[in-house]
Design a protein around this ligand. Sequence first.
Ligand code: DGL
Length: 268
Amino acid sequence: MIGVFDSGFGGLSVFKKVSEQLPEYNFVYLGDSERNPYGSRSKETIYQWSKQAVEFLFERGCQLVIIACHSASNSALRQLQQEYLPSSPYKNRNILGVTIPIVEDVVRLANKRVGVLATRASVKSNRFVEEIYDRAPHLEVFQVASPMLVSLIEEGYAKSATCNLFIKKYLRPLKDKQIDLLVPGCTHFPLILEQLRQKSGQSIKVLDASQIVCDKLKIYLDKHKELEFSQDQSGFREVLTTGEVGLFEEVGQRFLKTSFRAKQVKLY
Ligand code: DGL
């Protein structure tokens, strides 16, 4: 079984893609909605909470966990991957994030200047900047923290005039730097992808982060046939939340684009 972990709701946009495009695999989603948002937390807190979530998913039978939350992927993934090295006692416990799949596409597609829109925690981690620079030192990277967008999208205002106003405000400094590629570096941004594309204009490529993550997962699964995703049924789906189920189902629909049933679990 494959686990998809996010701080709350936004990772459902990745869960939707992988569930639809990899129907033969079993997926469980875990959203830590009781404690979200992660994007305004410290690196240490994000690491501790992500560790609890990843551990929970392994205990539930996952052989692979995807950290779909950009804030957690940027702030905690490296340390977690080191702790669960395949050579360690945890042989069948693999963790992937969203940062590197996106960075690989940035390096392939950007010309000179890259803009990143993300949470405060992601910006502070500097992961996008470092990983891009490591692979392509000729690229310049500019980051803007865009905290207002997460709340507006969660509350159902993704298409509102207010949301468009904030998109414009956050894009302004990046457009002033004449970026040629934009990374929507947050789980919530697939819901405003068209607006980001429209407001960026034709000279800026805007990545589809959740599709990139899904495509890279397909490649990973093809390469790692030795991983055994054993389960009686295939196509099994389960959605878990640490928060209040009714609220999770209501807000989660915006990301999953359909109604669904969730179960509440405790991580700590
Ligand atoms: N999932 C977070 C991310 O992608 C956004 C929401 C939060 O701050 O928890 O960075």
